[in-house]
Design a protein. Sequence first.
Length: 102
Amino acid sequence: MFRSVPVVAGLALGAALLVSGCQGNSYSCMHDKCHVTVSGAGQTIEVKDLNVTVSEITAQGMTVSAGGSAPTKVAVGESAQVGGVTIKVTSVEGEQVKFDLG
């Protein structure tokens, strides 16, 4: 009987991770630089208390705003100042964009 609770809790955690994994938005930060992944345009992700909105993803890059700034197009491999931070698009794969924020 003692094992059923941890197993159920583990299954619930796994299901939660699976559901959140479908969205595919994540970030990790080290010092002042964050690596961000967003799956699908029209989404806002909060990165270090800053709302970052990806409004468009194309094979060439993305359109992004940060902290309520005007939308800015950033090409793959390029950097731009967006809402007081620097954003560099590192890759686009289909509807998934990866970028550095610093």
